[in-house]
Structures are given as structure tokens and as C-alpha cells.
Design a protein around this ligand. Structure first.
Ligand code: HEC
Ligand code: HEC
Length: 479
């Protein structure tokens, strides 16, 4: 309940078509189907693919990313797939019967019907078409200078195998191929295109999944450019920061209402633990993490368990998924108010935090290392850690004062102890390993070392900034 009071005001965003910001590649990209460049690691993934027309089979997710530079548009697909098969070897052959990925793009948003297609199967056979009003050539098209690789590139055939897990396609398309329809070549920051990314084919679990959904009212076809999503070329380079952009949880507020109406008899109110089903927002390892998996569980139920299928409309299920994501989100996943730089100054200065806490190798040892705290805790948990007093000292942080028989006084926290020995991390930042028989006197203090009521010790702005700073501490962030 509390969690919500805290970030509900940030959740009110209108529902619209899918959108993606294409960042500039920060460094050269080698087309080898490996995606091991920092550029790819820093590029944000698109929202998850939607399974249009799904009837049966596993909904296997696809992670797609786009980047650009002055020469090329770069596209990558990472396809989770336990059954990979491909046989078509002929250029422009019917590759979509095989496990296949596709991108269809309209460089001119005012004329979406002018679009270009790239379809690539798992063994690296490509089919291209130029579906534009001006094209008078053959039904297929030869784009210039395209480079691409797939995980099984060049194999004579790919049969399904028990080892199948995933396959990757990496593609670089020279932007000059689109100069006839694009406003600028290369694009300028702010230029908007429309496109869709797809996945289809294969013998088992034929997917028909797309980044931009194809609504039930539409013709059942990928060739419906009116359904393409919107992409914007941005000047910002992909960086650690863009890799984990805080997301907004569209529809989560409505999703909460629907959830509390339909699901609380088993799952608890607001996603807390229920009598008959797991807490959907608890800090535990979830079986189901992706949008597709959650959708499947809620729409179809979970066989052999008490989890029933749901007759609710798709839109309601999507909103409940947004709600579930929002209650699972750690501090780093959500937008926060406040100034991160100013918060850093509080942490290192007036707050006195750095004397006990380390971030990125700098600071004291008495308290836990906070380098990754934004990814480990929810925003509300961070706030509570700073505000609420601990009823008793936390295990591993029990403060003690002791004197050894040799006469040395030691203050610190007990890290480990048993009948014969104890390890004390002293306020001198040294670990003291002591046998019981060496200790002359020991006092266990009742006040936990972590000060409570930090919100009272700082101004409201300082407290807000400190919280913003903590919430952005992740191993992946550059701060
Ligand atoms: C009759 C009881 C019942 C109702 C009603 C119910 N659930 Fe469940 N749900 C369960 C049980 C039991 C499980 C655990 C199944 C398992 O062991 O995998 C579960 C699991 C889930 C999971 C998977 C959790 C995970 O991390 O894998 C999701 C998501 C979920 N439920 C969502 C919902 C939503 C949303 C609603 C309301 C539309 C709902 N449930 C209604 C009993 C219920
Ligand atoms: C005297 C040492 C000390 C000081 C000063 C101190 N802390 Fe702590 N802090 C601790 C200890 C010990 C713990 C772990 C035990 C606990 O949570 O009570 C802790 C826990 C925390 C946690 C929870 C970590 C987790 O894993 O959930 C956060 C967040 C935190 N401190 C932030 C701060 C901030 C921000 C400041 C400065 C305003 C600060 N601390 C000042 C000792 C300190």
C-alpha cells in the first residue's frame, strides 16, 4: 500500500503506439552475430514482442535493439528458441517458412505505404522487397552494401536439436538505401521513421510475434504498414545510462484496480502475499519475468496449479502486467525526483554516510557496500532504511565494545561469532580475529549503528536528492 502512495503520481501516462528511440552507436560494430560490443550492451531493448494470432505453442521472447551512425542503421535480434530449424538457401527464397526474423521500414512517416523489407532465416538466407509507389523493378530488390550474420550462418541446413536455446541476427543496412524516401540521409536527430520488427516460422512454435502489435481488427499480415511502430533517431549515444532507462509503467494505476478486483482472493491485496498464491510483488526469484510469460500465465492459467485462466479483455491483462512490473520494480527501474549530483554531495558530506558505506571502492566498511543498492532494493525500501529505526541491530552489524586481556579496547560490529572465537570489524576499519579466551570484557550495544530519522536530519530537498542518488547506484551505472 505504502509503495503506491509513493510513486503513483508518476504513473499517469497516456496509452499510445509503441515507440523506440534509436541511439547513436558509441563505437564501431563488427557484424558477426555475437553482439559483444559495448554498443549493443548499452542499446536499450525494444518493448517485448507481442504474439498476434497466437493459438498454441510456447511464446518464446525476442530481444531486439537498434543503433545508428552516419553510415548505417544497425539491427539485432536475440531469439529465445528451443526448436531452431531452417532450410531455404536460395537468395530471395521463401525464408519465412524457416525460423526467421524480419524488419519492415517506412523512412517517410507521411507515406508509410512506401516500405522496405528484410527477412533473414537462421542459416543466413535473405529476402528483400522494395514496396514503394515509385518502384518499377522486379518483385524482389537488391539493397546496396548490406552486411549481416546469423548464429548458424552458411550452414547447409539447420535441424531442430536438443541443444537449441537461442539464435542471433546482426544486421547493418547502409542508410543510403533509403535516400529516396527519407527526409535526410543520414537522418538528423529528431527524424521519425515507422517500422516493425518481427519473428516467424520454424517447425515448432511458429511465432508470428511483432514489436508493434497488429490489432485483431487489422488484416492478419505483417504487410500492414499502418501498424508499424514509431522510431526516433536521437543524437545521444548509447551508454550505461541508456542501457537501463527507468521505465514508466503505463496503465499500472488502472491495472492495480483491476487486479484488486479480480485476483486478491488468492494473491494478496496490492500484490502482497495471499493465502493461496504467491506474492506477485515480493522480493523473490520469479518464475515468470517477461511480459509474454506473465501474459500467458494470466490469460491461460498455470496447468496443474490453482492459477485459473482469465476471461478479462487483453487490455485489462496488459494493465495488470504493468501493475505487476511496477510493484516488482527496484529503485533503479523507476523515475525519481531530485538531483542525483546534489544527492552525491549529501552522501559524501553533510549526511556522513561515506564514513560507514562504500560505493565503487570508496568509503567505510562498517555498513554494507551500496554500489548496487538501486538495483537491489525498491525505492520504498530505501526510504525506510533511512527513516525507520531498527528494533534490534541487524545480524552481521551488531555493535560491540570489548577489551582484550592484552589491554587493547576495540569498538566495532560483530561479523561472525561462535563459542570459541569472534570476528569484529573495528571502527579502525580492520578485521579483528579474536579467541574468546583473549577477551577480558565485552558489551553488546543495543543501538544499531545505522542512524535512523535521516529525513529529520536533512532538509526535505537534501533528503529527496540523497534518495535519488541512492536509487541510481547500480553496478551498471557510470556514476
Ligand atoms: C484461485 C486462486 C487464484 C486466482 C483467483 C488467481 N491466481 Fe494467480 N496464481 C495462483 C497460484 C496458486 C499460483 C502459483 C502457481 C505455480 O505454482 O506456478 C499463481 C501464479 C500466478 C502468476 C505467476 C507468478 C510467477 O512469478 O510465476 C501470476 C503472474 C499470476 N498468478 C497472476 C494472477 C492474476 C493477475 C490474477 C487475477 C486476474 C490471478 N493470478 C488470479 C492462484 C490464483
Ligand atoms: C555509523 C555507521 C553508519 C552511518 C554513518 C550510516 N550508515 Fe547506513 N548502515 C549502516 C549499517 C551497519 C547498516 C546495515 C544494518 C542496518 O541496516 O541497520 C546500514 C544500512 C544502510 C542501508 C540499507 C542497506 C540495505 O542493504 O538495505 C542504507 C540504504 C543505508 N544504510 C544508507 C545510509 C545513508 C544514505 C547514510 C547517510 C545518511 C548512512 N547509511 C549512514 C551503518 C551506517
Amino acid at each position: 500500500m505504502r509503495v503506491f502512495a509513493f510513486f503513483l503520481p508518476l504513473l499517469c501516462l497516456a496509452q499510445g503506439p509503441v515507440e523506440y528511440r534509436i541511439h547513436r552507436a558509441p563505437s564501431p560494430i563488427t557484424i558477426d552475430a555475437k553482439l559483444d560490443e559495448l554498443a549493443w550492451r548499452f542499446a536499450p531493448a525494444t518493448s517485448e514482442f507481442i504474439f498476434n494470432w497466437h493459438e498454441s505453442g510456447d511464446k518464446e521472447p525476442t530481444e531486439a535493439k537498434l543503433l545508428w551512425d552516419d553510415e548505417n542503421l544497425y539491427v539485432s535480434w536475440r531469439c529465445t528458441d528451443r526448436h531452431i530449424s531452417a532450410y531455404e538457401k536460395k537468395r530471395h527464397g521463401p525464408v519465412s517458412k524457416d525460423d526467421c526474423v524480419e524488419i519492415f521500414l517506412s523512412p517517410n512517416p507521411a507515406a508509410v505505404k512506401n516500405y522496405y523489407t528484410f527477412e533473414i532465416n537462421a542459416i543466413g538466407t535473405m529476402l528483400n522487397r522494395c514496396r514503394t509507389a515509385w518502384w518499377t523493378g522486379p518483385p524482389t530488390w537488391e539493397p546496396e552494401g548490406v552486411e549481416y550474420r546469423t548464429t548458424f550462418h552458411g550452414l547447409a541446413r539447420k535441424d531442430e536439436s536438443a541443444d537449441d536455446k537461442e539464435w542471433v541476427v546482426e544486421l547493418a543496412i547502409p542508410l543510403k538505401n533509403f535516400s529516396r524516401d527519407a527526409a535526410h540521409t543520414p537522418p538528423r536527430a529528431g527524424d521519425e521513421w515507422r517500422l516493425n520488427l518481427m519473428r516467424t516460422g520454424g517447425k515448432t512454435n511458429m511465432q508470428h510475434s511483432t514489436w508493434s502489435p497488429i490489432p485483431p481488427t487489422s488484416q492478419k499480415s505483417f504487410h500492414t504498414p499502418e501498424n508499424f511502430g514509431k522510431v526516433v533517431f536521437v543524437a545521444e549515444q548509447a551508454s550505461r545510462r541508456t542501457a537501463r532507462a527507468p521505465r514508466s509503467f503505463e496503465g499500472a494505476a488502472e491495472g492495480r484496480v483491476i487486479y484488486n478486483r479480480s485476483c486478491t482472493m488468492c494473491h494478496g491485496l496490492d500484490g502482497a502475499a495471499g493465502d493461496r498464491a504467491p506474492a506477485l510483488g515480493a522480493a523473490r526469484r520469479y518464475f515468470r519475468r517477461s511480459e509474454a510469460e506473465l501474459y500467458d500465465a494470466i490469460r491461460n492459467g498455470i496447468k496443474g496449479t490453482g492459477m485459473p485462466s482469465s476471461p478479462l479483455p487483453d487490455a485489462d491483462i496488459r494493465k495488470m502486467i504493468a501493475f505487476i512490473f511496477s510493484i516488482r520494480a527496484t529503485a533503479a527501474d523507476v523515475p525519481v525526483e531530485g538531483n542525483v549530483e546534489a544527492g552525491s554531495r549529501v552522501f559524501h558530506g553533510k549526511g556522513g554516510c561515506v564514513t560507514c558505506h562504500m560505493i565503487r571502492g570508496q568509503g567505510g566498511l562498517l555498513g554494507p557496500d551500496l554500489t548496487n543498492i538501486g538495483a537491489e532494493r525498491k525505492l520504498e525500501e530505501l526510504r525506510r532504511a533511512l527513516v525507520e529505526p531498527r528494533p534490534v541491530p541487524v545480524r552481521g552489524y551488531q555493535p560491540v565494545t570489548l577489551r582484550t586481556k592484552a589491554g587493547a579496547p576495540i569498538r566495532g560490529v560483530v561479523k561472525n561469532e561462535n563459542n570459541f572465537s569472534l570476528q569484529v570489524l573495528g571502527s579502525d576499519n580492520k578485521l579483528h580475529l579474536l579467541l574468546r579466551e583473549e577477551v577480558a570484557a565485552i558489551t553488546y550495544e543495543t543501538d544499531p549503528p545505522m542512524p535512523a530519522g535521516i529525513d529529520k536530519k536533512l532538509t526535505p530537498d537534501e533528503f529527496r536528492d540523497l534518495l535519488a542518488f541512492l536509487s541510481r547506484q547500480t553496478r551498471r551505472s557510470a556514476r
